[in-house]
Design a protein around this ligand. Structure first.
Ligand code: 5RP
Length: 273
């Protein structure tokens, strides 16, 4: 791997363990103005100092992130479908690698839809993006998307989707946490980060998900709704950092969350629910 590629990866995956706390704010590309991400700049502003990387589209990057930031950007480059259609898998590459370089991004990301109607197109998109990314020294993160079929998130399916992504050359894979998650990690020869999925019932549940994923071999999180839809987003992000970088368990992370809340420093809920 070239120095440029390694440098981009290591700027995102930090610390002794080479882990990352990536903040996902790319939901609008198919969901529109998602709750508490209606105004991306307002959501991102208080969270940016605590993220190792930000996952977003070029539209949100250009309009809503201060150009002076040092935080690495992971640019979503696939799209073309919205929640208004049943089949979310009908995506193409919507942003070029040249554009990602022009925007000084640290990686590009695209969804792969294994088992969906447009499985083939999404996998070929991945392989071609890896060719372009390799030529430019830009890492590619495959996102094992499930569209509206959230029940697909089991170890058998996710292990297959992650492995296929890695075999096609993805440098990183984002997937979901699931029972028997260690089987997903074991079968995937590149680092895995986990998404949070739709907002869980409690902050504790989200912290437990992250702690279990890290304990079983994930190299970090790429989480959105369970952070910025929380009533205490900055405190949540700090608690998640302790899990990802300091091996904190969910109870210790909950302690951090409570301490941050009681200090009253985190009244930064971006927008009214
Ligand atoms: C949207 C995505 C999201 O970035 C990913 O799902 C992570 O966000 P969340 O934790 O809210 O699920 O890929 O397509």
């Amino acid at each position: 791997m070239d120095w440029g590629m390694r440098n981009r990866i290591q700027r995102m995956f930090r610390g002794d363990r080479g882990n990352t706390v990536m903040l996902a704010v790319d939901h609008g590309y198919f969901m529109g103005p998602t709750r508490r991400l209606e105004n991306p700049a307002a959501t991102i502003r208080p969270l940016l100092p605590y993220a190792d990387a930000l996952a977003l589209t070029r539209g949100v990057l250009r309009t809503s992130v201060p150009p002076a930031t040092d935080t690495p950007m992971v640019l979503r480059v696939s799209g073309g479908a919205t929640v208004l259609k049943e089949d979310l898998s009908h995506e193409a590459i919507t942003t070029s690698v040249q554009e990602a370089l022009r925007l000084n991004c640290s990686a590009v990301a695209l969804s792969v839809f294994v088992g969906a109607p447009h499985e083939h197109d999404s996998l070929v998109n991945l392989a071609r993006l890896v060719d372009d990314g390799e030529a430019a020294g830009l890492p590619v993160m495959a996102i094992t998307a499930v569209g509206k079929e959230l029940e697909k998130r089991d170890a058998r399916y996710l292990a297959l989707a992650c492995r296929v992504s890695a075999e096609l050359g993805a440098h990183l894979v984002k997937t979901y946490y699931c029972d028997d998650f260690e089987k997903v990690v074991e079968g995937c020869p590149v680092p895995i980060v986990v998404a949070g999925g739709p907002k869980l019932d409690s902050d504790r549940a989200a912290l437990e998900l992250a702690a279990n994923a890290i304990r079983l071999g994930a190299h970090g999180i790429d989480m959105g709704r369970n952070i910025w839809q929380s009533d205490h987003p900055v405190a949540m992000l700090k608690a998640l950092r302790a899990i990802v970088h300091e091996k904190a368990d969910a109870d210790a992370a909950l302690g951090i969350l409570a301490a941050e809340r009681s200090r009253g420093r985190t009244a930064t809920t971006p927008a009214a629910a």
